[in-house]
Design a protein around this ligand. Structure first.
Ligand code: FA5
Ligand code: MG
Length: 535
Protein backbone atom coordinates (compact mmCIF):
# COMPACT_ATOMS: atom_id res chain seq x y z
CA UNK A 1 0.00 0.00 0.00
CA UNK A 2 2.89 2.37 0.65
CA UNK A 3 3.85 1.73 -2.95
CA UNK A 4 0.36 2.69 -4.01
CA UNK A 5 0.53 5.89 -2.02
CA UNK A 6 3.97 6.72 -3.26
CA UNK A 7 2.80 6.07 -6.78
CA UNK A 8 -0.20 8.32 -6.28
CA UNK A 9 1.84 11.14 -4.75
CA UNK A 10 4.36 10.96 -7.49
CA UNK A 11 1.80 10.98 -10.26
CA UNK A 12 -0.54 13.52 -8.71
CA UNK A 13 2.24 16.08 -8.45
CA UNK A 14 3.74 17.72 -11.47
CA UNK A 15 6.60 18.79 -9.22
CA UNK A 16 8.46 15.50 -8.63
CA UNK A 17 10.78 17.02 -6.07
CA UNK A 18 7.81 18.03 -3.99
CA UNK A 19 6.17 14.64 -4.35
CA UNK A 20 9.31 13.02 -2.97
CA UNK A 21 9.35 15.40 -0.07
CA UNK A 22 5.71 14.76 0.81
CA UNK A 23 6.26 11.06 0.48
CA UNK A 24 9.28 11.23 2.78
CA UNK A 25 7.21 13.13 5.29
CA UNK A 26 4.30 10.69 5.27
CA UNK A 27 5.79 7.37 4.37
CA UNK A 28 8.89 7.79 6.45
CA UNK A 29 12.51 8.36 5.54
CA UNK A 30 13.55 4.78 6.17
CA UNK A 31 10.94 3.35 3.86
CA UNK A 32 11.77 5.89 1.15
CA UNK A 33 15.45 5.13 1.40
CA UNK A 34 14.84 1.40 1.19
CA UNK A 35 12.36 1.47 -1.61
CA UNK A 36 12.68 4.62 -3.64
CA UNK A 37 16.24 5.67 -3.00
CA UNK A 38 16.52 5.39 -6.75
CA UNK A 39 13.21 5.51 -8.62
CA UNK A 40 12.19 1.88 -8.99
CA UNK A 41 10.54 0.97 -12.25
CA UNK A 42 8.28 -1.60 -10.59
CA UNK A 43 6.84 1.08 -8.34
CA UNK A 44 6.67 3.71 -11.00
CA UNK A 45 4.40 1.61 -13.17
CA UNK A 46 2.74 3.15 -16.18
CA UNK A 47 -0.69 3.07 -14.57
CA UNK A 48 -1.85 6.40 -13.21
CA UNK A 49 -4.33 4.75 -10.87
CA UNK A 50 -3.86 3.21 -7.49
CA UNK A 51 -4.17 -0.54 -7.45
CA UNK A 52 -7.13 -0.75 -5.12
CA UNK A 53 -7.04 -4.52 -4.91
CA UNK A 54 -3.50 -4.31 -3.67
CA UNK A 55 -4.49 -1.53 -1.31
CA UNK A 56 -7.35 -3.54 0.19
CA UNK A 57 -5.25 -6.63 0.55
CA UNK A 58 -2.51 -4.80 2.39
CA UNK A 59 -4.97 -3.08 4.66
CA UNK A 60 -6.46 -6.38 5.68
CA UNK A 61 -3.10 -8.01 6.10
CA UNK A 62 -1.79 -5.89 8.82
CA UNK A 63 -2.01 -2.17 9.02
CA UNK A 64 -0.99 -1.01 12.44
CA UNK A 65 -3.05 1.86 13.78
CA UNK A 66 -0.05 4.18 13.71
CA UNK A 67 0.48 3.31 10.11
CA UNK A 68 -3.19 3.93 9.38
CA UNK A 69 -2.91 7.37 10.89
CA UNK A 70 -0.16 8.13 8.42
CA UNK A 71 -2.32 6.83 5.67
CA UNK A 72 -5.22 8.92 6.80
CA UNK A 73 -2.92 11.94 6.89
CA UNK A 74 -2.15 11.30 3.24
CA UNK A 75 -5.80 10.65 2.78
CA UNK A 76 -6.44 14.23 3.63
CA UNK A 77 -5.07 14.97 0.23
CA UNK A 78 -6.28 11.83 -1.44
CA UNK A 79 -10.04 11.51 -1.18
CA UNK A 80 -10.15 8.24 -3.10
CA UNK A 81 -7.69 6.53 -0.81
CA UNK A 82 -9.54 7.99 2.13
CA UNK A 83 -12.90 6.58 1.15
CA UNK A 84 -11.26 3.26 0.50
CA UNK A 85 -9.68 3.34 3.96
CA UNK A 86 -13.04 4.12 5.47
CA UNK A 87 -14.73 1.33 3.60
CA UNK A 88 -12.33 -1.20 5.03
CA UNK A 89 -11.65 0.18 8.45
CA UNK A 90 -14.90 1.96 9.19
CA UNK A 91 -14.62 4.76 11.66
CA UNK A 92 -11.02 3.90 12.50
CA UNK A 93 -10.22 6.57 9.95
CA UNK A 94 -12.14 9.61 11.01
CA UNK A 95 -13.36 12.12 8.52
CA UNK A 96 -13.44 14.99 10.99
CA UNK A 97 -9.97 14.49 12.29
CA UNK A 98 -7.89 12.40 9.96
CA UNK A 99 -4.98 12.27 12.34
CA UNK A 100 -6.71 10.52 15.21
CA UNK A 101 -4.91 7.30 16.05
CA UNK A 102 -7.24 4.50 16.89
CA UNK A 103 -6.65 1.43 18.96
CA UNK A 104 -3.39 0.16 20.30
CA UNK A 105 -0.40 -1.14 18.46
CA UNK A 106 -1.44 -4.59 17.35
CA UNK A 107 -2.36 -5.30 13.78
CA UNK A 108 -5.92 -5.86 12.67
CA UNK A 109 -5.83 -9.26 11.14
CA UNK A 110 -3.65 -11.78 9.46
CA UNK A 111 -4.61 -12.60 5.90
CA UNK A 112 -8.18 -13.66 6.55
CA UNK A 113 -9.15 -16.79 4.67
CA UNK A 114 -11.37 -18.91 6.85
CA UNK A 115 -14.70 -17.83 8.23
CA UNK A 116 -13.70 -18.17 11.85
CA UNK A 117 -10.61 -16.10 11.33
CA UNK A 118 -12.66 -13.55 9.48
CA UNK A 119 -15.12 -13.30 12.36
CA UNK A 120 -12.30 -12.92 14.87
CA UNK A 121 -10.68 -10.31 12.74
CA UNK A 122 -13.88 -8.29 12.51
CA UNK A 123 -14.34 -8.51 16.26
CA UNK A 124 -10.78 -7.41 16.89
CA UNK A 125 -11.25 -4.54 14.48
CA UNK A 126 -14.49 -3.52 16.18
CA UNK A 127 -12.65 -3.52 19.50
CA UNK A 128 -10.12 -1.07 18.12
CA UNK A 129 -12.88 1.16 16.81
CA UNK A 130 -14.30 1.57 20.28
CA UNK A 131 -11.20 1.62 22.40
CA UNK A 132 -7.86 3.31 22.90
CA UNK A 133 -4.93 1.46 24.37
CA UNK A 134 -2.41 3.43 26.36
CA UNK A 135 0.34 2.11 28.59
CA UNK A 136 -1.27 -1.33 28.62
CA UNK A 137 -4.69 -0.04 29.66
CA UNK A 138 -7.81 -0.02 27.49
CA UNK A 139 -10.08 3.03 27.48
CA UNK A 140 -13.52 3.07 25.91
CA UNK A 141 -13.85 5.91 23.43
CA UNK A 142 -16.75 8.33 23.54
CA UNK A 143 -17.67 11.77 22.26
CA UNK A 144 -14.97 13.33 24.51
CA UNK A 145 -12.11 11.48 22.84
CA UNK A 146 -9.94 14.09 21.12
CA UNK A 147 -6.29 13.01 21.10
CA UNK A 148 -4.55 13.63 17.77
CA UNK A 149 -1.64 11.57 16.46
CA UNK A 150 0.80 14.38 16.97
CA UNK A 151 0.14 14.15 20.72
CA UNK A 152 -0.16 10.37 20.73
CA UNK A 153 3.29 10.11 19.15
CA UNK A 154 4.79 12.02 22.05
CA UNK A 155 3.34 9.78 24.75
CA UNK A 156 6.04 7.78 26.48
CA UNK A 157 8.88 9.90 25.11
CA UNK A 158 9.55 11.17 28.66
CA UNK A 159 12.11 13.78 27.66
CA UNK A 160 12.64 14.57 31.33
CA UNK A 161 14.06 11.06 31.85
CA UNK A 162 16.32 10.97 28.78
CA UNK A 163 19.88 11.33 30.01
CA UNK A 164 21.55 14.49 28.68
CA UNK A 165 18.37 15.96 27.26
CA UNK A 166 18.19 19.63 28.38
CA UNK A 167 14.96 18.94 30.31
CA UNK A 168 16.64 16.04 32.10
CA UNK A 169 19.63 18.24 32.84
CA UNK A 170 17.43 20.93 34.32
CA UNK A 171 15.46 18.36 36.32
CA UNK A 172 18.73 17.06 37.76
CA UNK A 173 19.83 20.57 38.73
CA UNK A 174 16.49 21.23 40.43
CA UNK A 175 16.74 17.93 42.32
CA UNK A 176 20.25 18.82 43.35
CA UNK A 177 19.07 22.13 44.80
CA UNK A 178 16.37 20.45 46.88
CA UNK A 179 18.67 17.62 47.98
CA UNK A 180 21.37 20.05 49.11
CA UNK A 181 19.19 22.66 50.75
CA UNK A 182 16.59 20.58 52.53
CA UNK A 183 17.70 17.65 54.60
CA UNK A 184 16.16 15.89 57.57
CA UNK A 185 17.57 13.49 60.09
CA UNK A 186 21.02 12.06 59.27
CA UNK A 187 21.20 14.45 56.31
CA UNK A 188 18.64 12.46 54.40
CA UNK A 189 16.93 14.53 51.67
CA UNK A 190 13.59 15.87 52.80
CA UNK A 191 12.05 15.86 49.33
CA UNK A 192 11.33 12.60 47.54
CA UNK A 193 11.32 12.68 43.73
CA UNK A 194 8.71 10.99 41.50
CA UNK A 195 9.22 11.11 37.76
CA UNK A 196 7.61 8.02 36.28
CA UNK A 197 3.94 8.49 37.10
CA UNK A 198 1.64 7.84 34.11
CA UNK A 199 0.17 10.98 32.51
CA UNK A 200 -3.26 9.36 32.19
CA UNK A 201 -5.46 10.68 34.98
CA UNK A 202 -9.14 10.84 35.82
CA UNK A 203 -11.16 14.05 35.81
CA UNK A 204 -11.42 13.46 39.54
CA UNK A 205 -7.62 13.75 39.89
CA UNK A 206 -7.12 16.58 37.44
CA UNK A 207 -10.02 18.75 38.65
CA UNK A 208 -12.20 17.52 41.55
CA UNK A 209 -9.34 16.63 43.88
CA UNK A 210 -8.10 20.20 43.44
CA UNK A 211 -11.45 21.90 44.06
CA UNK A 212 -11.80 23.01 40.44
CA UNK A 213 -15.48 24.04 40.19
CA UNK A 214 -17.74 22.06 37.80
CA UNK A 215 -18.14 25.04 35.46
CA UNK A 216 -14.47 26.09 35.46
CA UNK A 217 -13.16 26.83 31.93
CA UNK A 218 -10.18 24.50 32.41
CA UNK A 219 -12.63 21.58 32.25
CA UNK A 220 -13.87 22.49 28.77
CA UNK A 221 -13.45 19.84 26.14
CA UNK A 222 -11.43 22.27 24.03
CA UNK A 223 -8.84 22.84 26.78
CA UNK A 224 -7.44 19.35 27.28
CA UNK A 225 -6.80 16.01 25.59
CA UNK A 226 -9.45 13.53 26.66
CA UNK A 227 -9.33 9.75 26.30
CA UNK A 228 -13.01 9.74 27.17
CA UNK A 229 -15.38 11.63 29.48
CA UNK A 230 -13.65 10.25 32.59
CA UNK A 231 -9.98 10.12 31.59
CA UNK A 232 -7.59 12.67 30.16
CA UNK A 233 -3.89 13.31 29.73
CA UNK A 234 -3.02 15.34 32.81
CA UNK A 235 -3.20 19.08 32.19
CA UNK A 236 -0.86 19.71 35.12
CA UNK A 237 1.21 17.73 37.56
CA UNK A 238 -0.98 19.08 40.39
CA UNK A 239 -3.35 16.25 39.41
CA UNK A 240 -1.26 13.94 41.64
CA UNK A 241 -1.02 16.19 44.69
CA UNK A 242 -3.79 14.58 46.65
CA UNK A 243 -2.75 10.96 46.00
CA UNK A 244 0.87 11.62 47.00
CA UNK A 245 -0.09 13.49 50.16
CA UNK A 246 -2.48 10.70 51.07
CA UNK A 247 0.39 8.20 50.94
CA UNK A 248 1.91 10.11 53.85
CA UNK A 249 4.48 12.22 51.97
CA UNK A 250 4.98 15.73 53.25
CA UNK A 251 7.71 16.99 50.91
CA UNK A 252 8.02 15.87 47.30
CA UNK A 253 8.89 16.82 43.76
CA UNK A 254 6.91 15.29 40.93
CA UNK A 255 8.21 15.61 37.37
CA UNK A 256 6.16 14.68 34.32
CA UNK A 257 4.85 15.39 30.86
CA UNK A 258 1.62 17.40 30.70
CA UNK A 259 -0.80 18.03 27.86
CA UNK A 260 -2.91 21.04 26.88
CA UNK A 261 -4.69 22.33 23.82
CA UNK A 262 -2.98 25.68 23.82
CA UNK A 263 -1.99 28.63 21.67
CA UNK A 264 0.78 28.25 19.07
CA UNK A 265 3.94 30.23 19.67
CA UNK A 266 7.56 29.91 20.74
CA UNK A 267 6.80 29.38 24.42
CA UNK A 268 3.69 27.16 24.19
CA UNK A 269 3.53 23.56 23.09
CA UNK A 270 0.69 21.04 23.52
CA UNK A 271 3.06 18.67 25.32
CA UNK A 272 5.38 20.13 27.91
CA UNK A 273 6.89 19.17 31.26
CA UNK A 274 6.25 20.39 34.75
CA UNK A 275 7.89 19.97 38.14
CA UNK A 276 5.40 20.00 40.98
CA UNK A 277 6.75 20.74 44.44
CA UNK A 278 4.84 20.42 47.69
CA UNK A 279 5.84 20.83 51.30
CA UNK A 280 3.76 20.46 54.47
CA UNK A 281 4.41 21.72 57.99
CA UNK A 282 2.87 21.01 61.35
CA UNK A 283 2.16 24.21 63.24
CA UNK A 284 5.03 23.43 65.67
CA UNK A 285 7.47 23.10 62.79
CA UNK A 286 6.15 26.23 61.24
CA UNK A 287 6.37 28.52 64.21
CA UNK A 288 9.61 27.04 65.48
CA UNK A 289 11.88 26.96 62.51
CA UNK A 290 10.51 28.10 59.19
CA UNK A 291 12.68 30.55 57.30
CA UNK A 292 10.78 33.41 55.78
CA UNK A 293 12.01 36.22 53.63
CA UNK A 294 11.23 39.21 55.80
CA UNK A 295 9.32 42.21 54.56
CA UNK A 296 9.40 41.07 50.91
CA UNK A 297 7.42 37.96 51.88
CA UNK A 298 4.87 40.08 53.67
CA UNK A 299 4.40 42.30 50.61
CA UNK A 300 3.90 39.27 48.43
CA UNK A 301 1.42 37.69 50.79
CA UNK A 302 -0.60 40.89 51.16
CA UNK A 303 -0.64 41.44 47.41
CA UNK A 304 -2.01 37.93 47.01
CA UNK A 305 -4.71 38.19 49.66
CA UNK A 306 -5.94 41.48 48.24
CA UNK A 307 -6.84 39.79 44.93
CA UNK A 308 -9.72 37.78 46.38
CA UNK A 309 -12.07 37.91 49.33
CA UNK A 310 -11.93 34.12 49.99
CA UNK A 311 -11.61 33.30 53.67
CA UNK A 312 -8.65 31.24 54.76
CA UNK A 313 -9.51 28.31 56.96
CA UNK A 314 -6.12 28.36 58.64
CA UNK A 315 -4.70 31.23 60.57
CA UNK A 316 -3.46 34.20 58.64
CA UNK A 317 -0.22 34.16 60.51
CA UNK A 318 0.52 30.56 59.62
CA UNK A 319 -0.43 31.15 55.99
CA UNK A 320 1.85 34.14 55.97
CA UNK A 321 4.77 32.06 57.21
CA UNK A 322 4.07 29.38 54.62
CA UNK A 323 3.90 31.96 51.81
CA UNK A 324 7.18 33.46 52.97
CA UNK A 325 8.82 30.06 53.09
CA UNK A 326 7.54 29.29 49.61
CA UNK A 327 8.93 32.51 48.25
CA UNK A 328 12.23 31.94 50.02
CA UNK A 329 12.49 28.42 48.59
CA UNK A 330 11.73 29.49 45.03
CA UNK A 331 13.98 32.52 45.17
CA UNK A 332 16.73 30.18 46.33
CA UNK A 333 16.03 27.86 43.40
CA UNK A 334 16.17 30.68 40.86
CA UNK A 335 19.41 31.92 42.40
CA UNK A 336 20.85 28.38 42.34
CA UNK A 337 19.97 27.98 38.64
CA UNK A 338 20.74 31.45 37.31
CA UNK A 339 22.89 33.26 39.84
CA UNK A 340 22.06 36.94 39.67
CA UNK A 341 21.83 37.00 35.90
CA UNK A 342 18.03 37.15 35.55
CA UNK A 343 15.37 39.71 36.34
CA UNK A 344 12.25 38.27 38.03
CA UNK A 345 8.91 39.52 39.31
CA UNK A 346 6.00 38.03 41.29
CA UNK A 347 2.47 38.43 39.95
CA UNK A 348 -0.56 37.68 42.17
CA UNK A 349 -3.01 35.30 40.47
CA UNK A 350 -5.73 32.77 41.24
CA UNK A 351 -5.80 28.96 41.30
CA UNK A 352 -8.73 27.02 42.76
CA UNK A 353 -6.28 24.93 44.81
CA UNK A 354 -4.09 27.57 46.45
CA UNK A 355 -4.67 30.80 48.28
CA UNK A 356 -2.94 33.16 48.08
CA UNK A 357 -1.50 32.30 44.66
CA UNK A 358 1.30 33.77 42.58
CA UNK A 359 3.13 33.41 39.32
CA UNK A 360 6.81 34.05 38.81
CA UNK A 361 7.96 35.73 35.61
CA UNK A 362 11.48 36.01 34.22
CA UNK A 363 12.70 38.57 31.71
CA UNK A 364 13.65 36.70 28.54
CA UNK A 365 14.49 38.45 25.26
CA UNK A 366 13.03 41.67 26.65
CA UNK A 367 9.61 40.23 27.50
CA UNK A 368 8.27 38.76 30.72
CA UNK A 369 7.91 34.99 30.53
CA UNK A 370 5.78 33.21 33.12
CA UNK A 371 7.72 30.22 34.43
CA UNK A 372 5.74 28.95 37.40
CA UNK A 373 2.56 29.11 39.45
CA UNK A 374 2.46 28.57 43.22
CA UNK A 375 0.65 29.29 46.46
CA UNK A 376 -0.48 28.17 49.89
CA UNK A 377 -2.39 24.92 49.50
CA UNK A 378 -6.12 25.05 50.26
CA UNK A 379 -6.74 23.39 53.61
CA UNK A 380 -9.68 21.38 52.27
CA UNK A 381 -7.38 19.50 49.91
CA UNK A 382 -5.01 18.56 52.70
CA UNK A 383 -7.86 17.46 54.95
CA UNK A 384 -9.26 15.28 52.18
CA UNK A 385 -5.81 13.75 51.68
CA UNK A 386 -5.57 12.87 55.36
CA UNK A 387 -2.88 15.41 56.23
CA UNK A 388 -4.73 16.49 59.39
CA UNK A 389 -4.23 20.12 60.20
CA UNK A 390 -0.84 20.47 58.60
CA UNK A 391 -0.49 23.37 56.21
CA UNK A 392 1.80 23.83 53.28
CA UNK A 393 2.73 25.25 49.93
CA UNK A 394 2.88 23.94 46.38
CA UNK A 395 4.32 25.11 43.09
CA UNK A 396 4.24 23.94 39.46
CA UNK A 397 7.00 25.09 37.15
CA UNK A 398 7.33 24.73 33.40
CA UNK A 399 10.61 22.94 32.64
CA UNK A 400 10.74 24.06 28.99
CA UNK A 401 10.33 27.73 29.84
CA UNK A 402 13.05 27.65 32.50
CA UNK A 403 15.34 25.69 30.18
CA UNK A 404 14.75 28.21 27.41
CA UNK A 405 15.98 30.99 29.66
CA UNK A 406 18.78 28.94 31.21
CA UNK A 407 20.28 27.66 27.96
CA UNK A 408 19.10 30.49 25.65
CA UNK A 409 16.94 28.15 23.57
CA UNK A 410 14.81 30.38 21.35
CA UNK A 411 11.98 28.00 20.39
CA UNK A 412 10.08 25.45 22.48
CA UNK A 413 9.79 22.99 19.55
CA UNK A 414 13.55 22.42 19.66
CA UNK A 415 13.15 20.23 22.75
CA UNK A 416 11.66 17.57 20.46
CA UNK A 417 14.51 17.78 17.98
CA UNK A 418 16.26 14.60 16.90
CA UNK A 419 19.08 16.61 15.37
CA UNK A 420 22.42 15.67 16.87
CA UNK A 421 23.59 19.27 16.60
CA UNK A 422 20.99 19.96 19.28
CA UNK A 423 21.45 17.01 21.61
CA UNK A 424 25.28 17.03 21.44
CA UNK A 425 25.34 20.46 23.05
CA UNK A 426 23.89 19.07 26.28
CA UNK A 427 26.20 16.07 26.67
CA UNK A 428 28.19 17.20 29.69
CA UNK A 429 29.91 15.17 32.40
CA UNK A 430 28.91 17.48 35.20
CA UNK A 431 25.26 18.55 35.35
CA UNK A 432 26.34 21.99 36.53
CA UNK A 433 28.66 22.65 33.62
CA UNK A 434 27.61 25.89 32.00
CA UNK A 435 26.05 25.56 28.54
CA UNK A 436 25.12 28.29 26.14
CA UNK A 437 23.08 26.87 23.33
CA UNK A 438 24.36 27.71 19.85
CA UNK A 439 21.33 28.09 17.63
CA UNK A 440 21.10 25.70 14.70
CA UNK A 441 21.37 27.49 11.36
CA UNK A 442 18.64 30.08 11.20
CA UNK A 443 16.13 28.69 8.73
CA UNK A 444 13.98 31.43 7.20
CA UNK A 445 10.27 31.63 8.01
CA UNK A 446 7.55 31.56 5.34
CA UNK A 447 4.50 33.62 6.17
CA UNK A 448 1.00 32.89 4.82
CA UNK A 449 -2.29 34.47 5.88
CA UNK A 450 -5.64 32.72 6.03
CA UNK A 451 -9.00 34.54 6.19
CA UNK A 452 -12.50 33.18 6.48
CA UNK A 453 -16.09 34.13 7.27
CA UNK A 454 -17.84 32.76 10.32
CA UNK A 455 -21.60 32.56 9.65
CA UNK A 456 -23.59 35.04 11.74
CA UNK A 457 -24.72 33.61 15.08
CA UNK A 458 -22.11 30.83 14.99
CA UNK A 459 -19.46 30.62 17.68
CA UNK A 460 -15.83 30.00 16.85
CA UNK A 461 -13.14 28.79 19.24
CA UNK A 462 -9.57 29.81 18.40
CA UNK A 463 -8.26 26.63 19.97
CA UNK A 464 -10.14 24.46 17.49
CA UNK A 465 -8.34 26.34 14.77
CA UNK A 466 -4.93 25.99 16.47
CA UNK A 467 -5.54 22.30 16.92
CA UNK A 468 -6.47 21.86 13.30
CA UNK A 469 -3.34 23.72 12.20
CA UNK A 470 -1.18 21.52 14.40
CA UNK A 471 -2.93 18.40 13.18
CA UNK A 472 -2.27 19.18 9.55
CA UNK A 473 1.01 21.07 9.66
CA UNK A 474 2.57 19.28 12.62
CA UNK A 475 5.65 21.15 13.71
CA UNK A 476 6.07 23.05 10.46
CA UNK A 477 4.13 25.93 11.98
CA UNK A 478 5.99 28.06 14.47
CA UNK A 479 3.29 30.55 15.24
CA UNK A 480 -0.37 31.35 14.54
CA UNK A 481 -1.53 34.91 15.20
CA UNK A 482 -4.96 36.47 14.85
CA UNK A 483 -4.17 39.63 12.89
CA UNK A 484 -7.61 40.92 11.92
CA UNK A 485 -11.23 40.63 13.06
CA UNK A 486 -14.13 42.27 11.29
CA UNK A 487 -17.95 42.15 11.42
CA UNK A 488 -19.79 42.82 8.17
CA UNK A 489 -22.53 45.40 8.69
CA UNK A 490 -25.86 44.02 7.48
CA UNK A 491 -25.13 40.31 7.29
CA UNK A 492 -23.62 40.26 10.79
CA UNK A 493 -21.12 37.60 9.76
CA UNK A 494 -17.61 37.81 11.16
CA UNK A 495 -14.36 37.62 9.33
CA UNK A 496 -11.06 36.50 10.85
CA UNK A 497 -7.60 36.61 9.45
CA UNK A 498 -4.79 34.53 10.92
CA UNK A 499 -1.11 34.81 10.12
CA UNK A 500 0.68 31.45 9.98
CA UNK A 501 4.44 31.50 10.34
CA UNK A 502 5.87 28.34 8.80
CA UNK A 503 9.37 27.55 9.96
CA UNK A 504 10.99 24.21 10.47
CA UNK A 505 13.36 24.02 13.43
CA UNK A 506 15.89 21.97 11.46
CA UNK A 507 15.65 22.72 7.76
CA UNK A 508 14.59 25.25 5.17
CA UNK A 509 11.03 24.83 3.96
CA UNK A 510 10.22 25.30 0.29
CA UNK A 511 7.40 27.52 -0.89
CA UNK A 512 5.76 24.61 -2.71
CA UNK A 513 5.76 22.45 0.39
CA UNK A 514 4.27 25.21 2.51
CA UNK A 515 1.65 26.12 -0.12
CA UNK A 516 0.45 22.57 -0.16
CA UNK A 517 0.04 22.41 3.60
CA UNK A 518 -1.52 25.87 3.69
CA UNK A 519 -4.10 24.87 1.08
CA UNK A 520 -4.90 21.75 3.06
CA UNK A 521 -5.50 23.87 6.16
CA UNK A 522 -7.71 26.17 4.06
CA UNK A 523 -9.96 23.35 2.93
CA UNK A 524 -10.00 21.71 6.37
CA UNK A 525 -11.24 24.86 8.12
CA UNK A 526 -14.17 24.89 5.75
CA UNK A 527 -15.07 21.22 6.08
CA UNK A 528 -14.29 20.79 9.75
CA UNK A 529 -15.00 24.13 11.36
CA UNK A 530 -17.95 25.18 9.16
CA UNK A 531 -16.51 28.52 8.01
CA UNK A 532 -16.30 29.99 4.51
CA UNK A 533 -12.84 30.66 3.16
CA UNK A 534 -11.90 34.07 1.77
CA UNK A 535 -9.11 32.72 -0.35
C1 FA5 B 1 -0.40 25.20 36.75
O1 FA5 B 1 -0.31 24.31 35.93
C2 FA5 B 1 -0.60 24.93 38.22
N1 FA5 B 1 -0.90 23.54 38.39
C3 FA5 B 1 0.69 25.32 38.95
C4 FA5 B 1 0.52 25.28 40.43
C5 FA5 B 1 0.93 24.15 41.14
C6 FA5 B 1 -0.03 26.36 41.10
C7 FA5 B 1 0.78 24.11 42.52
C8 FA5 B 1 -0.17 26.33 42.47
C9 FA5 B 1 0.24 25.19 43.16
P1 FA5 B 1 -0.03 27.09 35.00
O2 FA5 B 1 -1.15 26.76 34.11
O3 FA5 B 1 0.24 28.53 35.19
O4 FA5 B 1 -0.25 26.49 36.45
O5 FA5 B 1 1.28 26.37 34.45
C10 FA5 B 1 2.48 26.36 35.18
C11 FA5 B 1 3.65 26.58 34.26
O6 FA5 B 1 3.65 25.62 33.20
C12 FA5 B 1 3.61 27.93 33.53
O7 FA5 B 1 4.09 28.94 34.36
C13 FA5 B 1 4.53 27.65 32.36
O8 FA5 B 1 5.88 27.74 32.75
C14 FA5 B 1 4.22 26.22 32.03
N2 FA5 B 1 3.28 26.12 30.90
C15 FA5 B 1 1.94 26.29 30.91
N3 FA5 B 1 1.41 26.08 29.68
C16 FA5 B 1 2.44 25.78 28.86
C17 FA5 B 1 2.56 25.42 27.48
N4 FA5 B 1 1.50 25.30 26.68
N5 FA5 B 1 3.80 25.17 26.97
C18 FA5 B 1 4.88 25.23 27.77
N6 FA5 B 1 4.84 25.53 29.08
C19 FA5 B 1 3.64 25.80 29.64
MG1 MG C 1 -0.16 30.31 34.46
Amino acid sequence: MRYALWNYLHRANSNKQQARMMARHWLGNAWMKRNVGIDRPDIMSSSTNIDYRELRLRMRRGCTPTYMSRVSHCAFFLPRVFSSCRRYLGTRVEERSPLVVEGGTTSIGDGVKQTRELKESIEAQQKHVNTLELFGQTYVRDEWTNIPTMVMDKLGRNLHNQKHHPLWLLKERIKDYFYREFTGRCHKPLFSVHDTISPVVTTQQNFDSLLVPPDHPSRYHGESYYLNAKHLLRAHTSAHQRELVSTGLDAFLLVGDVYRRDTVDRSHFPVFHQVEGLRLFSSEQLFASVTGSGPAGLDLFEAGTRTTSKQESHSLEAAHLVASNLQHTLKGLIHFLFGTSVETRWVPCTFPFTHPSFELEIKFNNTWLEVLGCGVTEQKILHAAGAGDRIGWAFGLGLERLAMVLFSIPDIRLFWSNDECFSEQFKVDDIHQSICFKPLSPYPPLINDLSFWIPSGESFDDRDFYELVRTIAGELVQEVKLIDKYTQPGSGRHSRCYRLVYRHAERTLTKGEVDLVHRAIGSAVETQLGVKGRF
